[in-house]
Design a protein around this ligand. Structure first.
Ligand code: PMP
Length: 283
């Protein structure tokens, strides 16, 4: 499995980084996960733009131009022997010695790109929907940065696994924020509601696409603060991410959502999403 590390392409299991890497010591880095369908990166420009803003937010100059990033990704994609892929891309603030919180003056970032297999959600899961639990958001106040320091996300996501459900839905000060590793939408009286992007959540590439599709297809939608009560009373709850696409949440904690099965607005949006994917792959 060929991967990229700091200028070299080599088998993933042969790659090594220093134990003094700031990514290892401090979680001082950012990342992206880019789905690839039939060897075509999906929403690549959008992912690279978000990467740029994550890098800018942590004052780490991008080591490459957008064109060079695209070229590196293309090479990694071409080197795999499977067509649907999940590209993982990470940049850390490199190795510094001695260990010190302070950013070094001279930075040689550590850049890693590898591909994993991508298995889109099976039809049975889309038909059946998924379940979720809720928790209060214990993360920091810069969740708009796609940072590799993910300890709080790990703990919150594990709550879902321990409860035997798919995701943990996060509330802060009585408002819906997002999932531990996804964005959350609700449908109330036929209208799609999305929480407003802020420093408290990661604006998903899928989040943006869902709103774009709602606009394109004239589906009523609104970006607004959503209270915890609105979520618990919602007719539908969706979760979205690049790898999960869009899925219906049919139970939140001990309460059934709507009719206890994926709702009509979800089914319409899921259709548009799949159609959009097919259209992109054809071009
Ligand atoms: N929020 C969080 C906290 C995430 O980790 C993710 C990605 N797994 C998302 C939202 C969804 O982002 P995207 O649609 O770009 O995958």
């Amino acid at each position: 499995r060929t991967a990229y590390l700091n200028g070299q392409f080599a088998p993933l299991d042969t790659l090594q980084v220093s134990v003094m890497d700031r990514g290892f010591l401090f979680g001082d880095g950012v990342y992206e996960v880019i789905p690839v369908y039939s060897r075509q990166p999906f929403r690549l420009t959008e992912h690279l733009k978000r990467l740029e803003s994550s890098l800018a937010a942590i004052s780490l100059p991008s080591p490459y131009t957008q064109a060079h990033w695209a070229e590196l990704i293309k090479t990694v994609v071409a080197a795999q022997d499977f067509d649907d892929q999940s590209i993982y891309l990470q940049i850390t603030r490199g190795v510094s010695w001695p260990r010190n919180h302070v950013m070094p003056a001279e930075v040689m970032p550590t850049v890693l790109i590898y591909a994993d297999t991508l298995i889109p959600p099976p039809a049975a899961l889309i038909e059946a929907g998924v379940t979720a639990v809720s928790a209060s958001d214990i993360r920091w106040l810069r969740c708009n940065i796609k940072a590799t320091s993910l300890l709080a996300n790990v703990l919150l996501r594990q709550m879902a696994v321990d409860a035997g459900v798919a995701e943990t839905v996060l509330f802060r000060d009585g408002l819906l924020i997002e999932g531990a590793s996804s964005n959350i939408f609700v449908v109330s009286q036929g209208e799609i509601l999305a929480p407003p992007p802020s420093h408290l959540m990661l604006t998903g590439i899928t989040y943006d696409l869902i709103l774009e599709l709602a606009r394109q297809h004239g589906m009523p939608h609104r970006v607004c603060e959503i209270t915890e009560q609105q979520v618990r009373d919602a007719d539908e709850i969706w979760l979205t991410s690049s790898s999960k696409e869009v899925q219906a949440v049919i139970r939140l904690d001990d309460r059934v959502v709507g009719q206890g099965k994926p709702g009509p607005v979800f089914r319409e949006m899921h259709c548009h999403y799949q159609q959009f994917k097919r259209d992109v792959m054809r071009n």
